[in-house]
Design a protein around this ligand. Structure first.
Ligand code: C5P
Length: 421
């Protein structure tokens, strides 16, 4: 009988040709990074290890260079030759940077930009996606400073592979154990399959509040921060889409340089910009909190206080941007609306699908703690045109953005499959 190698099954190298910078900082979980490195190399990735001086205390560069087949980078210079190691070229080379373990101190430096070692310097030069797997003792993990830094890293577009709970090196038990290497590898694979699944797609996103002028110093606005719409814009851009983000007045900036941002103030301005972009869009997400009405007249100079106890501002209806685009919608275009409700959530969401000719409605309720305006988290339920209702748990807005985009792509996939039948 002939023996077949590998039991006859052909393993597909999911990470073949991918350039990965593996950053290792100084924590006991660094021993797990050896397994992580081994798994990445086995999947066909080319891995360049960057280690902090403390990291070297936990694990030797010889082990890492033997497994990666590349010299390990730690110092800015090689002392005896005077050779300079370029963090810039490493940052440009990387298709992905993974920092595992990421200590509390490394994450604090990433947040503040204290680039006093090769690892943080390379992070600041990295052009592509960055993932961190934090590892530390439970009290360090729970400390408000660490939690603040995690939040800020998320806002900066860094993906967090959350630590698990269990026995820690200190002998204590709790949250802080670095995710297992297999979990990190599966997140890396997910990232690469996600990173191009919107290539060639044009996406329009409206975000933030609108401000409706009363006079030169006053306006009617709302509490929308724009965080949800901005997170969706980042998610789509990171997956290869061409994004036009029409934003009302917000104090947010975009991270991905490929996002085309159009800043507007009022609903009428937002409507004009959105309709223009919608003509060429494959997908539109209406995440903005658009004022339903605007003052019928805007005073040219500041309205003076009168002696009267009351004042009335006459208001006129604003255009419904989602509904107008819904009317213009042609085959192949997908539209997603939001429904922020305080009661009768499900009935209202279903009604909006119909009324605005939407394909999906993302509903959040002000009754849910952590959902809605100004928070960094959200809890959503997605209603799709074909009748499905999917509830999600409370998550960070960047994770919610991923769920929304995944659902949207699944919806489009189903529609395409229907058309082919
Ligand atoms: O009808 P309601 O305001 O609750 O609908 C919310 C959805 O419609 C959101 O997706 C919002 O962005 C969109 N909308 C809009 N233009 C308006 C009002 C709402 O695009 N004038």
């Amino acid at each position: 009988m002939k023996r077949r190698r590998n039991g006859g099954s052909k393993h597909i190298l999911m990470l073949k040709g991918k350039h990965i910078v593996l950053g290792i900082s100084g924590g006991i979980a660094a021993y797990k990074s050896v397994f992580l490195l081994r798994l990445l190399v086995k999947e066909g990735a080319e891995v360049q290890v960057v280690i902090t001086p403390n990291g070297k205390e936990f694990i030797t560069p010889v082990t890492l260079s033997a497994l990666s087949q590349h010299p390990v980078v730690c110092d800015f210079f090689t002392a005896n030759t005077g050779e300079w190691h370029s963090h810039v070229s490493l940052g440009l080379w990387a298709d992905l940077m993974v920092i595992a373990p990421a200590t509390a101190s490394t994450m604090a430096k990433m947040v503040t930009g204290v680039a006093d070692n090769m690892l943080v310097t390379t992070y600041l030069s990295a052009k592509e996606h960055v993932m961190v797997a934090p590892a530390m003792d439970l009290d360090m993990w729970a400390h408000p400073s660490t939690q603040r830094n995690i939040e800020q890293l998320r806002r900066d577009g860094v993906e967090i592979v959350m630590p698990g709970s269990g026995e820690l090196a200190s002998g204590l038990s709790g949250k802080g154990r670095m995710a297992e290497p297999e979990e990190i590898v599966s997140r890396i694979k997910e990232y690469f399959s996600r990173s191009c699944d919107m290539e060639g797609m044009k996406v329009l996103i409206t975000a933030g509040p609108t401000c409706e002028r009363i006079d030169p110093v006053r306006y009617i606005g709302n509490y929308s921060s724009g965080k949800m719409g901005f997170a969706i814009a980042e998610e789509c851009a990171s997956r290869g889409a061409e994004v036009t983000l029409v934003a009302g007045p917000v104090s947010l900036s975009t991270v991905n340089p490929s996002i085309h941002r159009v800043d507007v103030e009022s609903a009428v301005e937002m409507c004009e910009a959105a309709r223009k972009a919608f003509a060429n869009a494959d997908v539109a997400v209406f995440a903005a909190a658009v004022a339903d009405y605007r003052p019928a007249e805007t005073a040219e100079s500041k309205i003076k206080r009168e002696n009267a106890d009351e004042m009335t501002i006459r208001m006129v209806r604003n255009p419904d941007i989602a509904a107008l685009c819904g009317k213009m919608k042609r085959a192949g275009q997908t539209t997603v609306g939001f429904a922020l409700e305080t009661d009768n959530e499900r009935i209202n969401a279903a009604h909006k699908l119909e009324k605005k000719n939407l394909d999906m409605v993302v509903m959040n309720s002000l009754r849910d703690k952590g959902a809605g305006f100004r928070t960094d988290t959200n809890k959503i339920t997605i209603f799709a045109r074909e009748g499905s209702v999917t509830e999600f748990p409370l998550k960070s807005k960047s994770e919610v953005a991923r769920d929304i985009v995944d659902a949207m792509l699944r919806f489009r996939g189903n529609v395409d499959a229907e058309c082919e039948r």
